[in-house]
Ligand binder design. Sequence first.
Ligand code: PEP
Ligand code: MN
Length: 337
Amino acid sequence: MVIVMKPQCSKEDIAGVENFLKKLNLGVHISEGSERTIIGVIGDKRLLADAPLELMSGVDRIVHIVEPYKLAGRTFKPENSVIRAANAEIGGNRIAVIAGPCAVESEEQIISTARFLKEQGVTFLRGGAYKPRTSPYSFQGLEEGGLRILAQARKETGLPVVTEAVSTKSLELAAKYADVIQIGARNMQNFNLLQEVGRMKVPVILKRGLSATIEEWLSAAEYIMNEGNYNIILCERGIRTFETYTRNTLDLSSIPAVKELSHLPIIADPSHGTGRWRLVTPMSRAAIAAGADGLLVEVHPCPKEALSDGPQSLNFDSFAGLMKDIHKIAAIVGREI
Ligand code: PEP
Ligand code: MN
């Protein structure tokens, strides 16, 4: 349920409603829009059965929400959320480009990639230090050593860093070094991890689960928001379908759908979404045209030698081509890069 306050209500009116709800031990989340304040109420609504909320000073109306997610929904916050991370903003007019290798493999690999990406004008450097691999025998990542290399690349290039956390332990370490934490597809419903990152302030990229519906994905975002962290960027990275030519099926329709249902920014990951480097640039163009707020793209100095996800990684030349293309599409849809 949300309580929509009147446009001209006072700070005391808002505090009055907030205190009333808190006395009943209900969770209170406040969204201050440019026109009105909306108060989200989480908890057992039976406690409010006899409460004349509509009669309280400053209250306009009560809206009951049927979706399982409330704070992530547009009813709670009609305006788009813009997430600030390091010196960048995601969800505004500017398209964010997050690029880098799947995994941090060596200092040389990351520093050379970061230097190239900086020249290309990307927004964030990415690289996994903890890799959630399908097989336990595949490269699992350099762990804290990898985080240190990412921090060094940031120091040398000024590019802020995105990296994945796979457990509560790696989350603590990753948050020490990185500007944005990625929660990967395989952990989208790792509820303890979601709650843990929800208790932090760090911006989070929440990837769509391998077989998750949009409702399940937004409910995962709700877990994080319900703990107080509203700094969430959703990432469409493809879902499992019967198609096997591509690694996953990049669900481009989820981009405008999520835009309708939620105020959170959404970016697209055509690398994991297709699994094939030749498809990455065309699907990047399509994602920007569909309204994505950014891209997450795997780039490697020598994809053939990559320790993970080489077949879907762009080399430097292909990535430079991608950047040129998306500048053109961005201009058509009235956005900047
Ligand atoms: C990744 O970004 O390298 C990754 C493992 O992605 P996903 O969780 O989408 O598979
Ligand atoms: Mn990868």
